[in-house]
Design a protein around this ligand. Structure first.
Ligand SMILES: [Fe+2]
Length: 579
């Protein structure tokens, strides 16, 4: 066994076996209940230690050791100078760099890590390893794009014979794709680190206006070449994930929001979102075209926070790649997976890529724990054996069911084990359920679709089947699907499915099958089980709390089904039944 961890924002811990298969994985935020929690993954490390004996397992850190960052940033400053992109670094930032360079980094390692030797794998190599070694592709182009990691925003590799061969690397100031997207996210009034997905959804509602695209390009160029004023990058990048109360962050966001009126007052939010989405797609396509010698028919594996952009991933596939895989934990929580994979590959002179089977790698709870949580909240304990037909019956009655079952998903998406489920024929659900959950979304809920209906539902699925198991890419929908499941189809006719396989999640698959027996439809909408701005629920107690706060109709927790004590009449239209 090998253990990986990562301690910037989205801190996490992952254990893999000696063949490179992930065994256990969790992000700190799920245990601390602070979204994108950074710093040492103390709770995650303690959880792993409790779950499995880790004695002697090598420990690998995703990211360069702090002291090595200083020369890297000096290198970056030099690069900036020679490219006419001088930017001033805030004195506070320099002090921090000096501190870490001289070993005065804050906080001690978690007790369970104490006394262990640690190795390091740089940020983008971790992303690349998490994509390549989980893709199952023997040979593949491997591309990483994010905001910034160890001074780079993008790296290219060729995966061959179980090794990653570096091709090209780009400093984040040269290709600030993720950051520019974050700027516009803030400009539109959202949180730059957390809400990029809202902009992607909003982009589907707007037309690409060339004049606006030119204006946006000029504005972001100006930000990056500005020699005076505050460098946005350092303000938007928060080392420990918490930006609350940070005056530099607040000032940067204020300034970006002012630009909404002063610079882009003539344009709608949807047009601005469409423009930045266009810019991102244009730049990533350009970068890939320039750095991948052969595209046609080749497999490609992607990771890095920018590939959370499901619309971009469709475009990459459509460049002509034969197969595509996107690491489901594409953001920085996935560094803890990539780090030990790379270290293992280096030690053994290569590692055979194995297709990632599933991401159900987090905590699970026994019946006693589930019952305890229900009783503590004064809820009745009613058990069903099997429970899946009962869940399907409630869904077919037009009820919202919060499903908590088995091991929690690793990565940003809920894939049936910490999910809120509903039928897919009422497009209005995207309004009323989001309101109940206190969310603003511009992309509809995602469909969870039985594997035997995938082909007839989503166009251009060939080569992207694996990626589609993890809700990491969108597809154009078939006419039949658009008619049957309008709740899951975006205004542009696309959906971002989770193809549900019996082999990897038998219980969720059975819920869908039982539902199909009742209605003739093999799709449900699935949204993450959490309350407004909170991480996805982890424990039964989290689930009970979110269930009651969200005024959801039913909680199906393990084999127990609980009706909301304040159950309201059915809100949406009833599910469609195919004959
Ligand atoms: Fe990253």
């Amino acid at each position: 066994m090998w253990i990986g961890y990562h301690r910037s924002h989205e801190a996490s811990v992952v254990a893999i076996d000696d063949a490179g298969r992930p065994l256990h994985a969790i992000a700190e935020e799920r245990l601390s209940r602070v979204k994108m929690q950074g710093g040492w993954p103390r709770l995650a490390a303690a959880w792993l230690e409790e779950r499995v004996a880790t004695n002697g397992a090598p420990l690998v850190h995703g990211g360069l050791p702090l002291a090595k960052r200083l020369p890297r940033e000096l290198e970056l400053a030099f690069w900036n100078a020679t490219h006419g992109r001088l930017q001033d670094v805030h004195p506070k930032r320099f002090r921090k760099l000096a501190d870490v360079a001289f070993g005065r980094a804050r906080g001690a390692a978690p007790a369970v890590f104490a006394g262990r030797a640690r190795t390091h794998v740089d940020h983008h190599t971790c992303h690349a390893a998490s994509a390549y070694y989980a893709s199952g592709f023997d040979e593949a182009e491997v591309v990483t794009v994010d905001g910034v990691g160890d001074a780079y925003s993008s790296r290219f590799f060729r995966g061959r014979a179980g090794r990653l061969e570096p091709r090209a690397a780009f400093f984040h100031t040269a290709f600030p794709l993720g950051h520019n997207y974050e700027f516009v996210t803030a400009l539109l009034g959202f949180h730059p680190h957390r809400h990029a997905g809202k902009v992607t959804g909003l982009a589907g509602h707007g037309r690409v206006e060339p004049r606006l695209v030119a204006k946006l390009d000029a504005w972001t160029d100006e930000i990056w070449s500005r020699q005076r004023g505050r460098p946005y990058f350092f303000m938007l990048h928060s080392q420990h994930g918490s930006t609350a109360g940070d005056p530099h962050f607040a000032a940067a966001v204020r300034e970006l929001r002012e630009a909404r009126q002063t610079r882009f007052g003539d344009w709608s939010d949807a047009e601005i979102a469409a423009a930045i989405q266009h810019v991102l797609e244009r730049e990533v396509a350009r970068l890939i075209a320039a750095n991948v010698p052969r595209i046609e028919g080749q497999p490609i594996a992607l990771a890095g926070g920018v590939f959370a952009n499901v619309k971009l991933n469709k475009l990459v596939k459509e460049m002509g790649f034969g197969k595509i895989f996107v690491q489901p934990a594409m953001g920085d929580c996935g560094l803890a997976l990539g780090a030990p994979l790379q270290a293992l590959a280096e030690k053994n002179g290569g590692l055979r890529p194995t297709p990632l089977e599933h991401v159900y790698l987090g905590p699970d709870y026994d019946d006693a724990a589930l019952e305890r949580a229900l009783r503590a909240a004064g809820l009745p304990v009613r058990r069903f054996d099997p429970v899946e037909p009962e869940i399907a019956r409630l869904l077919a009655d037009g009820r919202v069911v919060a499903r908590f079952n088995g091991r929690m998903e690793f990565g940003p998406r809920a894939l049936g084990n910490r999910s809120i489920l509903y039928h897919c024929s009422d497009p209005g659900v995207n309004d009323w359920l989001n309101k109940r959950l206190q969310r603003t979304e511009f992309m509809p809920f995602a469909p969870a679709t039985l594997e035997d209906e995938a082909e007839s539902s989503f166009l251009g699925l060939a080569g992207a089947e694996h990626a589609a198991e993890f809700m990491t890419i969108i597809f154009d929908c078939s006419e039949e699907f658009r008619n049957t499941c309008p709740a899951a189809v975006h205004v542009d006719g696309t959906a971002r499915p989770q193809i549900v396989r019996k082999a990897t999640n038998p219980s969720f698959h059975r819920v869908l099958e039982e539902y199909r027996t009742l209605t003739g439809v093999g799709t449900l909408v699935n949204t993450s089980f959490n309350m407004h701005e909170e991480p996805i629920v982890c424990s039964p107690e989290d689930a009970v709390r979110a269930f009651l706060l969200g005024h959801l109709d039913y909680l199906a927790i393990g084999s127990y089904v609980v009706e909301n004590p304040r159950l309201e009449p059915v809100v949406g239209t009833p599910p469609r039944r195919l004959s």
